[in-house]
Design a protein around this ligand. Structure first.
Ligand SMILES: Cc1cc2nc3c(=O)[nH]c(=O)nc-3n(C[C@H](O)[C@H](O)[C@H](O)COP(=O)(O)OP(=O)(O)OC[C@H]3O[C@@H](n4cnc5c(N)ncnc54)[C@H](O)[C@@H]3O)c2cc1C
Length: 453
């Protein structure tokens, strides 16, 4: 049996930065980081990765305490990224601002999200008008409803980030990197697939969408996978600027809009699709997502001349997504030596340095400073009233149909479809809360209807 002081399970952005923070704060302690060097299924590897705060805001922001809390944390994490950049240099940082646009689709969900996102950015003093040459250079659209710059909403390159962090960790004498997966975790022992057993004083479980498989003996909120597809395109085949991120707000369905993000390794990133499913090891893409991404980026952003020469690769990553949609963070009440950090869904890369610092805080003085509303063995949090769930479900699903050219927002069909989806949601919510034995006023997150029924 091997002994260690800290055993970190999972080597995505959260696990890697946790190992960095632990070694900085405890240079004499032994740290073991378990995770396949290929980072199979890692959401971090497939991430944008925008420090996306404003662009992810949705119309119901003011009604959702959870959304507000996540936004605040995302904003706060900027300070933590500044520390990371001063430690490792700025090579992983790419665009420094975001160009956000609203095309003329009359998609009510997108229009309302755009208004809310830009209103909030304006209230922070970060909204600006773009320069004329930026609009001409970065967009291919002749008619636009709106276009703005969000100042300071930067992006970073996961490839460079992992290169820097791996380099740092492999030079740290007290860290052992294990190229394997953990298969079980009981009270005091982690077993990896080679059969090796590791006894640690503290475990940090941050293996993303796979976390539930290690925590089945504990009463932890289930975690699913938000399967994400994206593309990276060789920048020389794209002939496109690298100063800005170009993005839409959330457009429904996939709910992270479309974005083109420069990376520091000679590629541009085009993202991203998302569908929710129970965790599995499959890595197949939904091709409609890929078609949609290429078509939209060509039409809205780069034009057919640039798209003609496209060359690049597909990326796949599994966003860790919890039952109620919120993160799962903190020590287990039944075993405080196990700290869980998962369920980060769409914001985990932005938050990674803050999460890592919070984990050190828990180990040091048992205190969570910022991420304190989402303990892993809490009662699931309601999305809202059943009517709020139904409105979100109907509006976002209609928006998705509009985007895929299956619904015209100005037709009579729109209201009919909206009403149909609304009624479906009300029914699904009653059936599922009953089936799962939850309080009758619990609002099940609409993303879950498909996988729980
Ligand atoms: C397409 C896409 C775009 C995104 N864009 C953004 C963005 O722009 N900004 C943002 O902030 N966030 C973004 N996200 C979300 C973000 O990527 C995630 O929230 C975050 O990366 C989660 O990090 P993590 O370390 O918790 O998990 P992961 O990155 O998933 O890492 C988990 C790691 O654990 C390993 N592992 C799995 N099982 C085991 C095991 N049994 N034992 C040991 N190791 C194991 C995996 O191989 C993996 O390396 C995006 C996600 C996707 C998929």
């Amino acid at each position: 049996m091997d002994k260690t002081d800290f055993c970190v399970i999972g080597n995505g952005a959260v696990g890697m930065l946790t190992a960095v923070e632990l070694t900085k704060n405890y240079p004499d302690k032994k740290i073991t980081l378990i995770g396949p060097f290929t980072q199979t299924g890692s959401a971090s590897v497939a991430a944008g990765a925008m420090h996306a705060v404003f662009g992810e805001i949705e119309a119901h922001f003011e009604d959702s305490l959870g959304d507000q809390k996540q936004f605040e944390l995302g904003f706060k994490s900027k300070e933590y990224w500044a520390n990371y950049f001063s430690m490792f240099g700025n090579d992983a940082k790419t665009a420094s601002d975001t160009l956000i646009y609203l095309k003329d689709t009359k998609n009510p969900f997108e229009v309302a999200n755009y208004k809310k996102a830009t209103d909030i950015a304006s209230s922070y003093g970060l909204l600006a008008n773009p320069e004329k040459h930026h609009v001409e250079e970065y967009l291919n659209l002749t008619t636009l409803e709106a276009v703005n710059i969000i100042k300071g909403e930067f992006a970073f390159c996961p490839v460079k980030f992992f290169e820097q962090v791996t380099n740092f960790l492999s030079k740290s004498p007290m860290i052992e990197l294990i190229n394997d997966k953990a298969v079980s975790l009981d009270q005091n022992i982690a077993t990896i697939s080679s059969g090796r057993k590791i006894n640690s004083k503290i475990y940090v479980v941050c293996n993303g969408a796979a976390a539930s498989s290690l925590l089945s003996d504990y009463n932890v909120i289930p975690i699913y996978q938000g399967v994400g597809s994206a593309l990276t395109v060789n920048s020389e085949t794209l002939n496109f600027g690298s100063e800005l991120v170009v993005r839409t707000v959330n457009r429904g369905g996939a709910q992270c809009g479309v974005h083109l993000v420069p990376r520091s390794n000679g590629t541009h990133y085009i993202g991203a699709g998302n569908y929710l499913a129970p965790f599995d090891e499959r890595d197949d893409h939904r091709f409609e997502t890929i078609r949609y991404l290429i078509d939209t980026v060509e039409e809205d952003i780069i034009g057919s001349k640039n798209a003609y020469n496209f060359r690049g690769s597909l990326l796949m990553g599994k966003r860790p997504r919890s039952f109620d949609g919120w993160p799962i963070f903190g020590p287990l009440s039944s075993n405080p030596n196990i700290i869980v950090a998962s369920g980060w869904n769409r914001i985990g890369f932005s938050l990674a340095p803050l999460i890592a610092s919070e984990i050190v805080g828990i180990i040091k003085d048992d205190k969570i400073r910022h991420i304190n509303d989402w303990l892993p063995d809490r009662k699931p949090l309601s999305f809202g009233t059943k009517k709020e769930c139904a409105d979100f479900f109907a509006a976002s699903r209609c928006a998705n149909l509009i985007e895929h050219k299956l619904l015209d927002p100005s037709s009579k069909e729109y209201n009919k479809k909206y009403d149909e989806l609304y009624s479906y949601s009300i029914k699904a919510n009653y059936t599922l809360t009953k089936k799962l034995g939850m309080d009758s006023d619990f609002g099940m997150h609409p993303d879950l209807y498909g996988i729980l029924q």
